[in-house]
Design a protein around this ligand. Structure first.
Ligand SMILES: C[S@@+](CC[C@H](N)C(=O)[O-])C[C@H]1O[C@@H](n2cnc3c(N)ncnc32)[C@H](O)[C@@H]1O
Length: 257
C-alpha cells in the first residue's frame, strides 16, 4: 500500500505511532507526488464543497497536505493525529498556526464542536489495524458531524487480484533506491508494507502494519455509525467507481432527522 514508510515506532495513548520524528522530517519529500497540485486540488475542491459554510475535521491530519490548502479556501479546519512530530511540521508551515490539532488516536479522540465534513485520506483508515478500531473510527467521525454532514474516506481497493494461489506478497515499488512489498494475510485482513531503502549511502529496512478493508465493509461500518452512503467515485474528479478501480473516494452522510 502506498504511503510514507515508517522508521521505528513509539506508543501514544496505547496506539503505535509509526510517524515519528524521522518519518515526519522526510514525509513531504517521500510523498512528493501526493503534494502535487494535480493530487491536492481536486480533493480540496470536493472537501470545500462539502464543508460549505461549516467546519472540516481531518483525521490523521499529518503535515497538512490537504488541511492547509483547504484552510486557504476559507474553511475552518481542525485535525487529530497521533504523531506530535507530524503535527509540529504542520504548525511550522505558513497558516499552520491557524489549525488546531489534537494529539491522539482518531478512532477515539474528540475535539470541540460540530463539523460539516470529516475526512480521512491517503489510505489512512488502514492504519487502524483491527476491525473494531475501524468501526470506532466511523462512530467517532459520525459523532463530530452536524446533521447532514459527511464523512469522506480515500482508500485503495485491496490488491488481492494480484495474489495467485499460495502467494502472499505483492511488490508495489522497485527503483534503484527503494523496494516496496506488501505482505497479505487473507485470513485476518492484516497487511504489512515493507520498505527497503538506500538513503545517504546507507540501507534501511522498515515495516508498517495495516488492515485492508473492502468498500462494502466500510458501508457496513458507516451503517453501524448511523451514516449512509451518498457517493462513491474512483477519483476526486468524480470518475465512476467500477470493478477495475484501484481506489475509491466514498462519502457517507449523517441523516438530517
Ligand atoms: C499517510 S499519513 C497521511 C497524512 C495526511 N492526511 C496526508 O494526506 O498527507 C497518515 C497520518 O495519520 C496519522 N495516524 C495514523 N494512525 C493514527 C491514529 N490511530 N490516530 C491518529 N493519527 C493516526 C499518522 O501519524 C500520519 O500523520
Amino acid at each position: 500500500m502506498t504511503c510514507a514508510p515508517a522508521i521505528g515506532s513509539v506508543t501514544v495513548a496505547g496506539v503505535e505511532d509509526y510517524f515519528g520524528e524521522t518519518v515526519a522530517a522526510r514525509y513531504d519529500e517521500s510523498s512528493a507526488e501526493m503534494f502535487a497540485p494535480e493530487a491536492v486540488n481536486p480533493a480540496v475542491d470536493v472537501l470545500a464543497g462539502l464543508a460549505g459554510d461549516g467546519r472540516a475535521l481531518e483525521l490523521g491530519i499529518g503535515t497538512g497536505r490537504i488541511a492547509l490548502p483547504l484552510a486557504g479556501r476559507g474553511v475552518p479546519v481542525s485535525g487529530i493525529d497521533l504523531s506530535s512530530a507530524m503535527a509540529a511540521r504542520l504548525r511550522a508551515k505558513p497558516g499552520g498556526d491557524g489549525i488546531e490539532v489534537a494529539i491522539g488516536d482518531f478512532a477515539t479522540t474528540r475535539v470541540e464542536g460540530t463539523f460539516s465534513v470529516a475526512y480521512l485520506v491517503y489510505n489512512t483508515i488502514g492504519n487502524l489495524t483491527t476491525q473494531d478500531a475501524q468501526v470506532e473510527c466511523f462512530r467517532n467521525a459520525a459523532a463530530h458531524l452536524a446533521p447532514g454532514g459527511c464523512f469522506v474516506i480515500e482508500v485503495g481497493v485491496p490488491d488481492l487480484r494480484k495474489l495467485p494461489p499460495g502467494q502472499t506478497v505483492v511488490p508495489f515499488d522497485l527503483s534503484p533506491t527503494h523496494w516496496g512489498f506488501d505482505l497479505y494475510d487473507v485470513a485476518t485482513q492484516s497487511m504489512s508494507s515493507y520498505h527497503a531503502r538506500v538513503a545517504d549511502g546507507r540501507g534501511e529496512f522498515r515495516a508498517i502494519p495495516f488492515r485492508y478493508v473492502w468498500p462494502a465493509e466500510l458501508d457496513l461500518m458507516a451503517r453501524l455509525a448511523g451514516l449512509r452512503l451518498r457517493s462513491r467515485w474512483e477519483s476526486w474528479d468524480g470518475k465512476p467507481f467500477t470493478h477495475e478501480s484501484e481506489q475509491h473516494i466514498s462519502v457517507w452522510e449523517k441523516p438530517l432527522g
